[in-house]
Write a protein that binds this ligand. Sequence first.
Ligand code: ADP
Ligand code: ZN
Length: 604
Amino acid sequence: MTSCAQKILHDVFGYARFRGEQQAIVEQIADGGDALVLMPTGGGKSLCYQIPALLRPGVGIVVSPLIALMQDQVDALRQLGVKAAYLNSSLSADDAREVQSRLLRGELDLLYVAPERLLNAGFLALLERSSLALFAIDEAHCVSQWGHDFRPEYRELTILHERFPAVPRIALTATADAPTRREIIERLSLESARAFVSSFDRPNIRYRVTNKVSALNQLQDFIDKEHANDAGIVYCLSRRRVDETAARLKEFGWDALPYHAGLDAATRAANQSRFLREEGVIMVATVAFGMGIDKPNVRFVAHLDLPKSMEGYYQETGRAGRDGLPADAWMAYGLGDVVSMRQMLMSGEAPEERKRVELQKLDALLGFCESTACRHQTILRYFGEEHPGNCGQCDNCLEPVDTWDATQAAQMALSCVYRTGQRFGVGHLIDVLLGKVTVKIEQFNHQQLSTFGIGRELTQQQWSSVFRQLIAGGYLEADIEAYGGLRLTEAARPVLRSEQAISLRRDAEPAKRKSVRTERAGKSREPFSGADEDRLWLALKACRMALAREQGVPPYVIFHDSTLLEMHDRRPASLAELSRISGVGQGKLARYGDDFLKVIEENF
Ligand code: ADP
Ligand code: ZN
């Protein structure tokens, strides 16, 4: 069995070794058992059901909510020589009939189906007349009513177990939290399934949180210096900001497209398709963009606004670097974000209890932003997993942050809030501390206060950092009734009484901050970008693009970047040498081997 699985891995997929728990999972399903697979994005979930489907007699049925992606997945499998098809509402009646008769004739290895199609009585009857290898339930967290991706049909999938008790089932998800996990087991009756839980670490993603000064300029600088030719996603909070940012990036010469719920469906689909099918497109989007974005070579995810929670942050940044090559998660974060996010949550229509939960989630995220500890460690801890820290792949590890004893500054800031009556915003409070005589100061006679001008030792920027951290740390809160005026919380009391010391991070000056670009950990090599691009690399990419265009598939369906990079570095001179490159299986070797060998020879 093991050797058969190994042979398929090598011959069909072109990979030398199983990753992580893949082999154990494949064996569990191939032997007829059930499995629950929790693996991060990019971990390699698909092979876990694709290989058993090829090992066992009959067809593997894959339930997926991602209709838009079925075609790409099926295209990718066909490239490998696997007999795959899909059934969903995008097919014409004739095409659907054709797929169904292939199913009945036993001509398929894998069939992707939308959940509503699967639950259809006629289709279930069809399945009863077919030979079935397995059921794979992809994106299994869609059963969870609490998640963003809830699909009611997913809750009815227990019918598979009832009607086909002998067919093994495998449920897969990249959602890490324990409540969702429990819900999947319960809702899909997977109590007796073996659970395979991988580490949720994404070691190839380098996390960075920068102090927001002028977000758009900082973003441009980041893309320019580090990702000039790469595909990436920029997340913004509002539709307006998406439009503005996309327009600005375009103005500066990048191929940037907007994506949000305010655009009509056709524009959204067209933009998404360009992002998937072309190289180097930057998608500027609200969180509406994301679920099932399977593009493996997204090289960066940038946040111009705060995400709502750690779950959101992990999921959104997780779309970078699925191919395992180095990728960046970059966020610009500042005082304004803290204030406005809290206000937005507090003023929403949601019931009180829900608001409380959301505020807690936001607090966890703010804690992450302000933390001076390893980012990988902080993220994993949130999901209940240990990590030794010192990853060498995050801003805090690469450039350890200074902290300073801010007890006295915090006391000044808090008492300034108190003395001004707990109803003014940060701008005014800083004016008071710096002793500026403004119209507003005169209007409220604030130059009479004992806190007027006591903070001249710090700059405007530094005070803004103090206030941001005091709000993020829960010592101050924004009062929505008073238009964002700040007031003290219970936590401020011990600080004001000198019973508690406060240590804050010292924000780097953005302009002077040196680039951390060169400090990549040597795990996998950095894809070419900018001036590094050389002739052979460009020629390999051009060859891939031409083949992809010819067939109407995304370039990564032909070969992944990692495979192209290996070709570039090893310069195989024969089909035998080419076949040893990871990602070159027999199907692709036969189809494209000669084309790529020729490119290598000509550009040597
Ligand atoms: P997931 O669905 O978990 O996000 P995928 O199944 O799309 O991940 O796999 C992520 C990437 O890793 C794909 O490019 C896939 O071809 C590659 N991959 C998966 N398993 C292996 C392996 N054993 N060896 C090399 N590459 C692999
Ligand atoms: Zn780190």
